[in-house]
Design a binder for this molecule. Structure first.
Ligand code: ZN
Length: 233
C-alpha cells in the first residue's frame, strides 16, 4: 500500500494544488490528511472541498476545531484567531459539519493518523524534543504513526541502532506542512509511505507562493500570514 500523507494545508490552495499534482505522479493507493486544512490562509472553502473530494481519510486539527466547533480559539496566535473567525464565516454549514465530524485519531491501513500527538490528542501537544517523541510510542499500536502540527518534517524511530527502515521497527513520522512550512524551506512538504516496501519519502514541491500571498491579502487577513510563506517560517 502506497499512502500519500498531507498535513497543515492551512487554506493555501496553490500549495495544495501543487502537492496533489505531484502526488498524481507517485502511484499512490490512498491519500490521508492530518488536519489543519483551514486556518491562516486565503482559500479555506476551496481547500476543504479538495480534501473532501481527494482524500481517503482525514483527522481534525486544532485550527479545524477552532473554525468548525468554535473551541480552543483562544490558544491560537492572534493572526490565527483572526483567520479562524473569517474562515468560520466563509465555510458552508455542510463543510463546517464535515470538519466537525473528523475524528481526532484514525487507524487505517495499519497506520495511525493524528494531527498533533497520539498521547492526549485532544490537548494538541507540540512534540519538540526527542524525549517527547519517544514517549509517543506508548500511545499507538501500529508500526507507523503520522503526525503534523509542528509544520516541520521528521522521522523518529523507537530503537536506537543502525537506521534501517524495516518491518518490526516502528516510526513516528511528520510529513511537514503543505501550506505553511516552518523549517526555513518555503516549498510545500508532504510524504509518501509504502507500507509493503517499508519506505518513506519526504517530498518538497515548489508552488506559486505569490498567488498564495495574494489570496491572503485579498481575504483581508494580516499581512504577516502572507510574508511568512516567502521564508518558510
Ligand atoms: Zn497547523
Amino acid at each position: 500500500m502506497r499512502i500519500a500523507i498531507i498535513s497543515d494545508i492551512h487554506a493555501n490552495l496553490p500549495a495544495l494544488e501543487a502537492v496533489l499534482h505531484h502526488i498524481d505522479g507517485q502511484q499512490v493507493d490512498k491519500i490521508y490528511c492530518l488536519g489543519d486544512t483551514v486556518g491562516y490562509g486565503g482559500k479555506p472553502v476551496e481547500c476543504v472541498e479538495r480534501v473532501r473530494a481527494d482524500c481517503d481519510g482525514s483527522v481534525i486539527g486544532n485550527h479545524d476545531e477552532a473554525v468548525a466547533l468554535n473551541e480552543g480559539t483562544e490558544f491560537l496566535p492572534r493572526d490565527g484567531q483572526v483567520a479562524a473567525a473569517l474562515h468560520r464565516s466563509l465555510l458552508s454549514e455542510e463543510d463546517i459539519a464535515w470538519l466537525a465530524e473528523r475524528p481526532k485519531v484514525l487507524v487505517a491501513d495499519g497506520v495511525t493518523f493524528v494531527h498533533a500527538a497520539p498521547q492526549e490528542p485532544q490537548t494538541w501537544l507540540r512534540i519538540e524534543s526527542l524525549q517527547e517523541a519517544q514517549e509517543q510510542f506508548q500511545h499507538f499500536e501500529t508500526d507507523f504513526c503520522l503526525i503534523g502540527h509542528t509544520h516541520v518534517a521528521g522521522v523518529i524511530g523507537n530503537k536506537i541502532g543502525v537506521l534501517r527502515v524495516r518491518p518490526g521497527y516502528r516510526y513516528l513520522i511528520n510529513p511537514g506542512a503543505v501550506g505553511q512550512p516552518r523549517d526555513g524551506n518555503p516549498r510545500a512538504s508532504y510524504g509518501v509511505l509504502d507500507t509493503d516496501a517499508v519506505t518513506y519519502q519526504n517530498h518538497r514541491v515548489p508552488y506559486n507562493i505569490e498567488r498564495a500571498m495574494e489570496d491572503i491579502r485579498a481575504a483581508g487577513l494580516p499581512k504577516s500570514l502572507a510574508y511568512r510563506l516567502e521564508f518558510g517560517n
